[in-house]
Design a protein around this ligand. Structure first.
Ligand SMILES: Nc1ncnc2c1ncn2[C@@H]1O[C@H](COP(=O)(O)OP(=O)(O)OP(=O)(O)O)[C@@H](O)[C@H]1O
Ligand SMILES: [Mg+2]
Length: 153
């Protein structure tokens, strides 16, 4: 079974993914690490301060991991681009804007990067794209501490 978590940077994907992996005894997969480990970053987009990644290659690596570890929690803002057939549950983390702004500023992100990420959240990009790709979506607000037991997954 694969539970994948997507959402705007800072909305709490990693925090939640680790909790779920722990609770369900699933293997946690940090896609950022995977990209680095396997050299899946095609280039670095300086203007947008982000990596350009081939999602197909990421999927191939995830399939390889799944052969040895059948139950996975995938942590990445790219999760919703993984074809639906591989994903059992897609979680979209969301967070109130004031709180998100605080979290991103605390990380030392530039005002432009904070603004860009807030826009991603305002326009609900991850959720929109996930819906377009017809994923079965669960939305989780991470403003407050989450009790994994109560998520019903
Ligand atoms: N449910 C929550 N309640 C309170 N604080 C939270 C919650 N989830 C996350 N946070 C806080 O928000 C910050 C960002 O969380 P996290 O690193 O999990 O986000 P992320 O979505 O993985 O970010 P990125 O996309 O950059 O990897 C952290 O400081 C974390 O402690
Ligand atoms: Mg993270």
């Amino acid at each position: 079974m694969i539970i994948a978590i997507t959402g705007t940077p800072g909305t709490g994907k990693t925090t939640l993914a680790k909790k779920i992996a722990d609770y369900k005894g699933f293997t946690y997969v940090d896609v950022y690490d995977l990209i680095e480990e396997k050299g899946l970053c095609e280039e670095f987009d300086k203007d947008r301060d982000c990596m350009v990644v081939d999602v197909d290659k990421v999927v191939q690596e995830i399939i390889k991991i799944k052969k040895e570890h059948p139950d996975l929690v995938i942590d990445s803002h790219l999760s919703h681009h993984i074809p639906k057939k591989y994903i059992d549950i897609l979680i979209v983390t969301k967070c109130d804007l004031k709180e998100l702004k605080k979290r991103l500023e605390k990380r030392g992100y530039s005002p432009t990067k904070v603004r860009e990420n807030l826009d991603v959240e305002i326009f609900d990009i991850c959720l929109q794209e996930a819906t377009q790709e017809q994923h079965k979506v669960i939305i989780i607000n991470t403003n407050k501490k989450i009790k994994v037991e109560s998520l019903g997954i």
